[in-house]
Write a protein that binds this ligand. Structure first.
Ligand SMILES: C[S@@+](CC[C@H](N)C(=O)[O-])C[C@H]1O[C@@H](n2cnc3c(N)ncnc32)[C@H](O)[C@@H]1O
Length: 251
């Protein structure tokens, strides 16, 4: 079992590097966020009344910054296991200070017990794929249980294609994108070791067994099956490009 202190997401240097260069590291970073924000705007409008959003593995708060700007009546809770990321989120979300609650928790722990408000929507980007299959199933069930009737869950995440050849080709295209970002200097030097080690783990060692904390990619049909088994009334793919999909569950 990986010790928390060694988990790569927990150093300030790593968090700052990812935060500074996210759209250069993740080629659909902005597109995924735009899809989620649009879906939340429509959802908040359809419900009316107070609107509380929980961002799981919300990192440095870039997604919530967009959400809170686009939906001025919304409040939010950001949950992340990394204090380094949450410190960046607190700085970024300072203009929304009275609308945001910060929670340090692993998604494998009882984060539900730390929520002080009933969410109408739960969202996440690029975080849940770090959980192994059993952990994902439990998490999706917790989310379904927490959301009220009409509640919405959106996971904008890395979702593998079924076919291994296509999966490997997709990962290689992403590795090429990162290599180009490192060469051009768009990805800051401080993040190069992390990007290189991502390439090593996911491309050079493609197909090797994964454990919790690695990039535990699963297909959309498998994960939507977890959604339904966990209690979602409807589950579908709201948007998809290359390795990235927005998986949607409705209560
Ligand atoms: C790639 S970053 C994405 C951050 C943010 N969601 C975004 O899109 O900018 C992954 C985030 O997930 C968090 N994370 C990874 N595994 C986690 C876990 N088991 N529990 C809680 N947070 C986790 C990391 O600390 C990090 O903030």
């Amino acid at each position: 079992m990986e010790k928390m202190a060694e988990y790569r997401w927990n150093t300030s240097e790593f968090a700052e590097g990812y935060d500074a260069a996210a759209p250069e590291i993740h080629p659909r970073y902005t597109a995924v966020q735009e899809q989620i924000v649009q879906l939340l705007i429509e959802h908040a409008k359809s419900l009316g009344g107070s609107y509380h959003v929980v961002d799981l593995g919300g990192g440095s708060g870039r997604l919530l910054q967009r959400v809170l700007t686009a939906i001025p009546s919304a409040t939010a809770t950001i949950i992340d296991q990394s204090e380094a990321f949450l410190a960046l989120a607190e700085r970024r979300l300072a203009p929304f200070a009275n609308r945001v609650t910060y929670v340090v928790s692993r998604l494998q722990e009882d984060w539900l017990a730390k929520l002080t408000q009933q969410p109408q929507a739960i969202i996440s980007t690029s975080a849940i794929h770090h959980l192994d299959p059993v952990e994902k199933q439990k998490l999706y069930q917790q989310i379904a249980t927490k959301l009220p009737a009409g509640g919405l869950f959106l996971n904008g995440d890395e979702v593998r294609p079924e076919d291994d050849v296509e999966y490997q080709a997709t990962m290689e295209r992403w590795a090429d994108f990162m290599r180009a970002g490192m060469q051009s200097g768009k990805i800051p030097q401080g993040f190069h070791p992390a990007a290189s080690s991502w390439i090593e783990r996911n491309v050079t060692k493609f197909g090797q067994p994964k454990k919790s904390g690695d990039d535990c990619h699963e297909t959309a049909p498998v994960q939507l099956g977890y959604f339904r088994a966990g209690g979602f009334r409807e589950a579908d793919v709201a948007w998809s490009e290359e390795l990235w999909s927005v998986l949607r569950g409705k209560r």
